[in-house]
Design a protein around this ligand. Sequence first.
Ligand SMILES: Cc1cc2nc3c(=O)[nH]c(=O)nc-3n(C[C@H](O)[C@H](O)[C@H](O)COP(=O)(O)OP(=O)(O)OC[C@H]3O[C@@H](n4cnc5c(N)ncnc54)[C@H](O)[C@@H]3O)c2cc1C
Length: 308
Amino acid sequence: MKPGLVLVGLGHGQLEILDRLEEIREHYDVQFIGGSQTVYTGAFPQVIAGLMNSATVQLPQLEPVAERIISIDPRQQTVQTERELFHYDQLVLATGAKSRGIGTPLKPMSQALLDHIDSSPVVTIVGGGKAGVELAFMCARTKDVTLYAKRILPDVPLHRQKQIERLLVKSGIMVVKQQFQDDGSEGLLLDATGVVPVAWWAESGLAKPDCFIETDKYLRHHQFTNIYVTGDMASCLNGGVDAVRSGRYVAKRLLGETNQPFRRRQSMNILLTTPGHALLTFGQLTWHGRLPYYMKRFIDSRYVRHYH
Ligand SMILES: Cc1cc2nc3c(=O)[nH]c(=O)nc-3n(C[C@H](O)[C@H](O)[C@H](O)COP(=O)(O)OP(=O)(O)OC[C@H]3O[C@@H](n4cnc5c(N)ncnc54)[C@H](O)[C@@H]3O)c2cc1C
């Protein structure tokens, strides 16, 4: 009998694992818990700007056995869902993290949220990181936008921060450079301040309260080594690119293709700005122009086509 592999959540990493499902099924009895579609966050601001029709990606070749994980008992090796309890020999978690809790959360992302943003003429965004800034530029094409951020893109060199701030203002965005206080914000309030841990991780004994999940160098839970943790859930990973890479790596581990530890890498990010332009960042290196724009559009549309 093959060992039971339970895959939970349709996160970016899981899609990479599901891409190799046929091979994985030769070694495991596979069950999937989660939704049968999700919104690819890398591309969803482009849907809002009308640059893409859809950022929805589909669960390939599998029928979910349940929709939602509620908790895990890592000692009994069971997963509690809204339907019933499932046993696992190996478990892969890819349910992402959640927004901090200001206004309407961006995470977990859903089509309903996308529709809500689409139909809102006035939007207030909190957070001056890459997600908040790209979202502000994309929303500004069709909406009145206010962006609350103590600093704009704090991780990039100062001259770039200033340039992007000028472009935000030139695009008609009201930039408020102070801590957000909700004393009657206008329109739809969106939380782009980053993600925080979800309560069931600590309740299941996978993490300390309010902490991300710690892993060993193979992306296995540091204590329960038959649990792999991908994407935003893992304390050592950060962002969509890391999530994708972690999934590819875990697929190799499940297939016995690597004994090497997961290698963390500086990741390249591209965020769309003004029409036809994007900002590429790679550590402290940055490039604002047309080529990053075409690169981002190409990467994202290929990704969505692949998983559509
Ligand atoms: C506006 C915005 C733009 C971004 N743009 C970029 C970008 O351009 N590049 C980049 O690298 N990063 C970007 N990010 C960050 C990126 O979205 C995350 O790092 C990435 O999505 C993390 O992937 P993940 O696999 O951990 O989980 P997610 O992509 O969050 O997916 C988790 C999945 O699990 C499901 N789920 C949640 N809870 C449960 C449950 N209890 N049971 C079952 N399923 C569940 C969710 O519905 C979802 O389908 C952006 C984020 C935002 C908010």
